[in-house]
Design a binder for this molecule. Sequence first.
Ligand code: ATP
Ligand code: MG
Length: 652
Amino acid sequence: MSDTLAALLQEGRTFPPPEAFRKNALITDAAIYDEAEADWQGFWARQALALSWSEEWHTILDWELPFAKWFVGGKLNAAYNCLDRHVAAGHGDQVAFYWEGEPGDSRELTYAQLLDEVSRTANTLKSLGVTKGDRVAIYLGMVPELAISMLACARIGAPHSVVFGGFTAQSLKDRINDAEARVLVTADGAFRRGSVVALKEIADDALAGTPSIEHVVVLRRTGNDVEMQAGRDQWWHDLVPQQSADCPCEEMDAEDLLYILYTSGTTGKPKGIMHTTGGYMTQVAYTHKYVFDLHPDDDIFWCTADCGWVTGHSYVVYGPLANRTTSVIYEGTPDYPDKDRFWSLVEKYRITTFYTAPTAIRTFMKWGDDLPAKHDLSSLRLIGTVGEPINPEAWVWYYKVIGGERCPVVDTWWQTETGAIMISPLPGATICKPGSATFPLPGIEADIVDDAGNSVPIPGGGYLTLTRPWPSMLRGIWGDPERYRKTYWARFDGKYFAGDGAKRDEEGYYWLLGRVDDIMLVSGHNISTTEVESALVDHPNVAEAAVVGRVDDTTGQAIAAFVILRGGVEANDALAAELRAHVAQLIGPIARPKTILFTDELPKTRSGKIMRRLLRNVAEDEALGDTTTLADPSVVDGIKSRYLSAQPTDDE
Ligand code: ATP
Ligand code: MG
């Protein structure tokens, strides 16, 4: 990091909302927190009124721990809220999605066109026998038909289960079988980094073992040859266009299931998280509006997440459409055809609001400042991040190089389970500190507790918990209520346990510290992976880092670091020693990594998160655990062989 930046961070520099942004922001003072606290259930009920209900609820919350029902007795339809009501209000010609294919083709869908397509697709599903409550699996790349299929399901009350298009046949099969889906929507293929991923071929392997599937709808996207099984498989283009564009919305109970989505599997076997209609829609619309300071007539919103993840559900589809947003969807990877594709999209579509993941930001840093510099990014007015803790170094880079020091950065903490953003700045009101997700949003209550479940006083750290129900909370794990109770509600009495460690500083700001399973115990001190990794990334030669604790005879655990260097930097023992000293200087000698292994890649999930449990297996020379959610399984084997042959040693 440059000396000036280092100095700024050392001084604890804070970042208030930039003045020009604040002038037009929806929320500019903190009164909303008090308003929400004064009557939190009433607060959520007022947010729910932003939706259209065909029948209003009689009870805001029915809470029988751990089972919540929100807006009991209320009736609504998610697709109606995303489409029909905007068209009825005269916004049919507003663009809902600008879609850009990876090869450079593009499409534009207005709200009226999207409603038309969704209705035809909904009628198609009905014609295949899908009725309310039936599950539909969706296995597609990021094409408009992915959002269309999700909304078509919502329209007829059939819960969808979207499976990320990068998953293998085995993962698809497991998810289809777990949800017992009746129909699968897929495509011949998907474009990814210039080549074709043969989705239908992969799906065929899965379908050999999925007895619940009766019909498969196949979209033609890439034009590769596919086998169509008579009686089961039909082309999208043979079915959908001939259907009527009139499909009445199924009236759904607030607590009817909207979808099932499996978690990313960073820590273990994925869980089928259930989200229902009324509370989920309320909180995604509320958070999308206020965290992204949405101005629906002016903004062009781009959330780069795939709809295979919860971020795509909540902030590509349901939140933005509920708020009548114009969004961009991009099919491909950031490095195709060149490493500046994202910035060329920002420039092309004049994107105002950009939401991505720390893994992407660290990659852009590694690729260099000259790529964003080639493009006019002046349309941006707000930028955000989600998925992992963001290292302060990466936060400041994002703020300066992408945001031009004009855009607030919203670091949003949430989970598949929470359904929507929980801890985040309000961009027009909150003074940010790089690396901190700041505060629970108005309406949300969190706490940090110790082993015994007692609240840890400020300042202090421990386990992150949520201390009362929230509208978009998961309603359970599909088919496994016991696992639901055990995973989230058994650790601390009456509190939801998020699985993440966190601390609060003197001013009560929340700092996420990584998964509690990953927290290291060195000579009796808890040390967070996030803090050590951020200290490593703070060094100018380091692009990315992951650390784990491994068993050590003298200290209990010793810190093993895996480090990716920036381009052109030579890996050697002197640099390893320098990095160890750097960490010791920033955090303290106790946090000094015992070993440093330089590597070109880190094991990541398909959603781009570092999988530390596999690195721990490597560091302890154990058999690797479940690797099905790993993006590239060969990465761990590579690291493993080098770790064992060239294990650097501690000389202090
Ligand atoms: P699994 O639960 O199957 O292991 P996962 O936890 O990676 O997978 P997600 O629901 O996609 O699945 O991710 C939520 C997790 O991501 C959070 O619990 C947290 O660890 C991390 N996370 C998300 N946003 C942030 C953030 N802004 N800061 C820090 N961590 C974050
Ligand atoms: Mg999780």
